[in-house]
Design a binder for this molecule. Structure first.
Ligand code: HEC
Length: 116
């Protein structure tokens, strides 16, 4: 009897935990703090892309652009995080598939809600 009561209390605390932070907030949290520098710092608040500046090399101006990622697919994001990828300034990240899903959910919803 005591055991089943404990199970009920435990189960209901999970229900509460779910309403404490919703999928959008979870995705936003991962986008801004993906165990490393936030994606928003380079790709913008909603993944709209950003000009990160430029430098000069052999008398040529080389621009660094963080591309728009608001319409990126799951595979695009997964590939962008890998270390093996040829990259300029974007760091490597370790995010699970479900974390990438959550991040994508945030980008999609945030863009819909802001009419982007
Ligand atoms: C320090 C800046 C920086 C941060 C932080 C960063 N990126 Fe990037 N990202 C870039 C740049 C610059 C590129 C272009 C490719 C390159 O030069 O590495 C890029 C490329 C990408 C691409 C490929 C887009 C395309 O069209 O080719 C995706 C997807 C992406 N980033 C997602 C993310 C996600 C998700 C995060 C957070 C987990 C993140 N980035 C964090 C700078 C950044």
């Amino acid at each position: 009897m005591k055991k089943s009561l404990f199970a009920v209390i435990l189960a209901s605390s999970f229900v509460n935990a779910e309403s404490f932070i919703n999928s959008y907030e979870y995705g936003e949290m991962l986008y801004k703090n993906p165990r490393g520098i936030g994606c928003d710092k380079c790709h913008g608040k909603y993944g709209e892309g950003m000009d990160l500046g430029s430098y000069q090399k052999n008398n040529k101006i080389i621009k660094i652009m963080a591309p728009k990622i608001s319409k990126s697919s799951f595979v695009d994001i997964k590939n962008s995080l890998k270390q093996s990828r040829k990259r300029s300034v974007m760091p490597e990240y370790f995010l699970t598939d479900s974390e990438v899903e959550a991040l994508l959910y945030y980008l999609k919803k945030a863009n819909e809600e802001n009419g982007l």
